[in-house]
Write a protein that binds this ligand. Structure first.
Ligand SMILES: [Zn+2]
Ligand SMILES: [Zn+2]
Length: 611
């Protein structure tokens, strides 16, 4: 095996074949592999050996009676089992049985398992499994050409044997519903799917409020995008969510589903990406793997049904990125001729358009809808501190500069010792302080937590107030933020958000949180401001606190009440969707009446009594 990357595919996978008139056919594999060989970027030594997946692995994700049905339906000759059983297990229509399908499906899963095993063990850094990423298969049902869920099986096998966090990023045009379902309540596997909205496309799911179930809430992330979303919109959504999510989740392994059926020429979706876009996405994933996962990356091929032009090129671009092998300047003419294609165009990606053709009617509205989706997803899955530390690129420099308060210092006598309270903490100071490992905010490593704080301090839209010991150990912080542009909160002038109140588990006695919050938002400098704080129950440190969501909200409510805040109801969808979420506000005494009224009419739906 050469270098640190390999490909988990060989001719045996051509057996995964629903027939020549079906989008998922043996020809996909041959078209892709033959191009890699013609371009001289694939050698025999690049093959990762693999065999069929074992029952024990498949049963981590699939029920035994479903697997047995797969075996029975695989027999050659006319179908033996009855049609009712075929319907029950989804083995009809697009997933009609074919002889040998059981062995073929096990081989696909075996390739993905071998890929994850090799990368997790450190034998290889990156592996590409082109015929893999059968992301729709459910526990006891074949769905959308997917008989077994190879990615879910391989991830489940890893997380069982190796206590690890896995980030799964699904770029296929269709929602990665099967993988999401397999880990819906698992806090160690974070699934992110960017796809065409289920309003128009199979399988219909993948809405933003599909967030997972405790203890895995917030670990299912969905970005449903509008039809005709092109490279720019897709990449913008990726950048706004995936990178900050990775920084906060700190995965040890990246698994991706690089389906290319979002290409403009693909027959099965309405997205409008180009090969240039897929190349950019591969670059970003590669960078993300090295930045957050020590390089560990398994990429699967997923969907893609323009077999002549798009799929082979998309695979070649991905393999080139992952393996470091340089593609020749042009697609080899011999390959084009053998595939019966004219030698033009012979490029790997679409030629850059000289002039942007006139945008189709409604394009602006679709782009605006995508932006709203992205912002809503950020509010749901990223706590405010991470949003400010990883701003959306469009944030105007200095647009939301916070008031220039004077730096102050204070003291608090906590039961466990004296604390220094410090306002306007500069990034340079934060990077010199240590962070108590008992701070269990969304970001779960002290050095990562410190970096997020430093990044907030560097942003004109953020301010960090810390409580640290005389020795320089940060045991708590408050972050005051300018609301993210484009949200309803940002539409009100003079509104600031208390983005976080965190105190390390060992210091949560003696009113440290209250003292820190009162110090951070002393009434005087804010009297013409509206301060709000919104907390989504799943962002809270419930696991460490041992409290119920309701009890925890009560504690938080008291801390804010002591600093002059009141609890309100709101119809802001990202807060209102769950009764355990918190929304508090403090309207300064000198806030003009009109602004006060605008705040009430836009965001508040009545006061609710402190529970
Ligand atoms: Zn690399
Ligand atoms: Zn697809």
């Amino acid at each position: 095996m050469s270098g640190t990357s390999a490909i988990a595919a060989d001719e045996r996978l051509a057996a995964y074949d629903f027939g020549p008139d079906h989008p998922f056919q043996a020809g996909r594999l041959e078209a892709g592999l033959s191009l890699l060989r013609a371009a001289e970027v694939l050698e025999d030594g690049d093959r990762l050996p693999f065999g069929p997946a074992a029952d024990a692995d498949l049963e981590l994700v699939h029920d035994r009676d479903y697997l047995e049905a797969l075996t029975r339906f695989s027999a050659p000759g006319p179908q033996q089992p009855g049609p009712a059983e075929a319907v029950r297990f989804g083995l009809t229509g697009d997933n009609r049985p074919f002889p040998g399908m059981d062995g073929a499906a096990r081989l696909v899963a075996g390739a993905t398992i071998a890929a994850l095993d090799a990368v997790a063990a450190g034998d290889l850094t990156h592996v590409f499994a082109p015929v893999a990423g059968l992301h729709h298969a459910q526990r006891r049902r074949a769905v959308g050409f997917c008989l077994v869920n190879d990615v879910a099986v391989a991830i489940a096998r890893r997380t069982r044997a190796w206590p690890s966090r896995v980030l799964y990023v699904d770029l296929d045009a269709h929602h990665g519903d099967g993988v999401q379902a397999a880990f819906y309540d698992d806090s160690r596997v974070c699934t992110v799917s960017l796809h065409e909205t289920g309003r128009y496309l199979f399988p219909g799911s993948g809405e933003i409020h599909e967030l997972g179930r405790l203890p895995g809430i917030g670990r299912s992330v969905n970005l449903p995008l509008e039809p005709w979303t092109g490279d720019d919109g897709f990449l913008a959504a990726f950048d706004a969510v995936v990178e900050p999510l990775a920084a906060a989740f700190r995965p040890e392994l990246l698994v991706t589903q690089n389906g290319c059926d979002g290409h403009a020429d693909d027959p099965l979706s309405d997205l409008a990406l180009s090969l240039r876009g897929f190349r950019e996405l591969a670059r970003r994933l590669h960078r993300l793997a090295h930045r957050h996962c020590q390089g560990r990356w398994v990429a699967t091929g997923g969907g893609g049904y323009d077999l002549d032009r798009v799929v082979p090129r998309a695979w070649a671009l991905l393999w080139s990125e992952l393996s470091g092998r340089r593609l020749p300047a042009r697609v080899p003419a011999s390959w084009l001729a053998a595939r019966g294609q004219s030698s033009r165009p012979g490029g790997w990606v679409e030629p850059r358009r000289r002039r942007r053709s006139a945008a189709p009617a409604g394009a602006r509205e679709l782009a605006a809808r995508n932006q709203r989706t992205v912002r809503a997803v950020r509010r749901l899955v990223l706590p405010p501190t991470v949003r400010v530390a990883y701003p959306i690129a469009s944030r105007g420099g200095g647009a939301g500069r916070l008031p220039g308060w004077e730096p102050r210092a204070g003291e608090h006598q906590a039961p466990d010792g004296p604390l220094v309270l410090r306002d306007r903490c500069p990034a340079s100071l934060l990077r010199r302080l240590e962070v108590d490992p008992g701070i269990h905010a969304f970001v779960r490593a002290p050095e990562q937590e410190r970096e997020v704080l430093a990044r907030i301090a560097e942003e004109p839209a953020g301010e960090v107030v810390v409580a640290h010991t005389p020795e320089g150990l940060v045991v708590g912080y408050v972050a005051v933020l300018d609301p993210e542009p484009g949200t309803r909160f940002a539409s009100l002038p003079g509104l600031l958000e208390v983005g976080a109140v965190e105190v390390a588990t060992g210091w949560r006695r003696g009113g440290v949180a209250s003292a820190l919050l009162r110090f951070a938002v002393e009434p005087d400098p804010f009297e013409d401001l509206i301060l709000i704080a919104s907390g989504l129950a799943w962002h809270w440190d419930l696991e460490q606190s041992g409290l119920s969501a309701v009890a925890y909200r009560r504690v938080l409510g008291r801390v804010f009440e002591a600093a002059g805040f009141e609890l309100f109801r709101t119809d802001e969808p990202e807060i209102a969707y769950h009764a355990a979420n918190l929304f508090v506000a403090r309207v300064g005494t000198r806030v003009p009446t009109a602004r006060r009224a605008a705040f009430t009419s836009r965001l508040v739906r009545g006061q609710r009594p402190m529970p």
